[in-house]
Design a protein around this ligand. Structure first.
Ligand code: GDP
Ligand code: IMO
Ligand code: MG
Length: 428
């Protein structure tokens, strides 16, 4: 299982693509097209929002599980774009139980943010929150509903009814016309029908046959609706435990959980960020690392690596391995800082991630300083190729977390990785 161990955009797409080569199926289990997962193959760049990052390997089953929220128009555009680029999409399977993002969800997301004003969450405005809200309220429309016009129409009517007040400003929006919406979603349904399946059964069959399944998380632990920096979070559970629910497998099926973390930290959207940098080094990392949102293009907020948050993410995910990506981006910085604790204005110190929002919102990070390295490491393919300071930086992280580093990213391209430990031989 691949999960984000920070605030998203850690490089999950790249690691999933790498593991997909030897897997049989790849399953997305939560989130929606708020995610943007980048895979770089040679000089081609793919940005995937809904389709699992295994799709570039022909012959794999790529599953969008029941826990994902799907904007069917976006999914169809993504499939069209992949086909245009000669990627075979026949292996894509979509859970009949996954919930659909509807036009009113998009409007409610934007409207909700506008109403919050300065307190806004900074969502991707893709309708994610309102869609999960309807799911919990049992007013959701599911993928299977697109296959029955009578049911679809009735469910849309029932779902829109309690939102009438909030949707009043958009009363004349043609997107909200019941007839137009039903027609549009029926058309999406026809188009997606060959892909619709009982995906939990597909995963079960693969597991029974001893095949390898990769679960691909979206977002990251600190954006988790239960465990993250609420309310500045997404509306699903990106933590490992959610994969079982969102794919329909029992926890005994999971052998390994790899957390993906950048060698520094980024965050898009509002919310606390104790190790945030607001200086030239932050700007430099943003430029070198290309830290602009894959989905919305927004500049990402930048900070030093935060071991308090990462230790927390490691605990709530039960990580068995850690992948440190974008280590190359730190080359050339004289002194690197790592946050090892937090403190508040009244002098209180925290070694563990504080549960109380008032603490977290005022927390400043305490750092240890480590010497940086000047060398370009993008060509390194083994630990021995890395400068000593670089290895010390990695060892400091794995020693502090008590989790082995299994993969190191030294550039955006598929081949720019160092595999370490037992898995290296298997994957090489
Ligand atoms: P995801 O959402 O977790 O899949 O990550 P994103 O694709 O949103 O953002 C990660 C960005 O970092 C992408 O542009 C990747 O191409 C890039 N990337 C991934 N790993 C590395 C790495 O090791 N080094 C560098 N320089 N870029 C990387
Ligand atoms: P991947 O999978 C980074 C953030 C948004 C916002 C908050 C809520 O590429 O790592 P939402 O639209 O989900 O209601 O927004 O969550 N967010 C992400 N940040 N990477 C993502 O996905 C994100 N998906 C949502 O910026 O702060
Ligand atoms: Mg991303």
């Amino acid at each position: 299982m691949i999960v984000g161990a920070q605030w998203g955009d850690e490089g999950k797409g790249k690691v999933t693509d790498l593991l997909a080569e030897r897997a049989d199926s790849i399953v997305r289990f939560q989130g929606g097209n708020n995610a943007g997962h980048t895979i770089i193959r040679g000089n081609e760049t793919f940005k995937l929002h809904l389709v699992p990052s295994g799709i570039l390997h022909p012959g794999k089953t790529c599953i969008i599980g029941n826990g994902v929220v799907i904007d069917p128009g976006v999914l169809i555009s993504e499939l069209d774009e992949l086909r245009r680029r000669n990627v075979d999409t026949i292996g894509l399977k979509v859970s009949a139980n996954a919930h659909l993002i509807m036009p009113y969800h998009l409007l409610l997301d934007s409207e909700g943010e506008a109403k919050l004003g300065e307190l806004k969450i900074g969502t991707t405005k893709r309708g994610i929150g309102p869609c999960y809200a309807d799911k919990a309220a049992r007013l959701g429309i599911r993928v299977q509903d697109m296959l029955d016009e009578t049911i679809l129409r009735k469910k849309i009517m029932t779902a829109m009814e309690p939102k009438r007040q909030e949707l009043r400003p958009f009363a004349r929006d043609p997107m909200l016309d019941l007839h137009t919406m039903t027609e549009a979603y029926m058309t999406f349904g026809h188009r997606l029908e060959p892909h619709i399946a009982d995906t939990a059964a597909l995963v079960w069959n693969d597991l029974q046959a001893g095949k390898e399944v990769v679960f691909e998380g979206a977002q990251g632990a600190l954006l988790d609706i239960d465990h993250g920096t609420y309310p500045f979070v997404t509306s699903s559970n990106p933590v490992a435990g959610a994969a079982c629910v969102g794919a329909g497998v029992g926890p005994t099926a999971i052998d390994e959980v790899w957390g993906i973390a950048k060698a520094y930290t980024t965050r898009v959207g509002s919310g606390p960020f104790p190790s945030e940098l607001d200086d030239d080094i932050g700007d430099r990392i943003r430029d070198t690392g290309g830290e602009f949102g894959t989905t919305t293009g927004r500049p990402r907020r930048i900070g030093w690596l935060d071991l308090v948050a990462l230790r927390y993410a490691s605990r709530i995910n039960g990580l068995t391995g850690l992948c440190i990506t974008k280590l190359d981006v730190l080359s050339g910085i004289e002194t690197l800082r790592i946050a090892t604790g937090y403190r508040t204005d009244d002098g209180a110190e925290f070694k563990d991630f504080p549960y109380h929002q008032s603490v977290l919102h005022h927390a400043q990070a305490d750092y240890v300083d480590l010497p940086g390295w000047q060398e370009d490491i993008s060509g390194a393919r083994s630990l021995e190729d890395l400068p000593q300071n670089c290895r010390d930086y990695l060892n400091f992280i794995s020693d502090s977390l008590g989790v082995p580093i299994v993969l190191i990213g030294v550039g955006p391209e598929r081949s720019q990785v160092i595999l370490s430990g037992d898995r290296a031989a298997e994957l090489a």
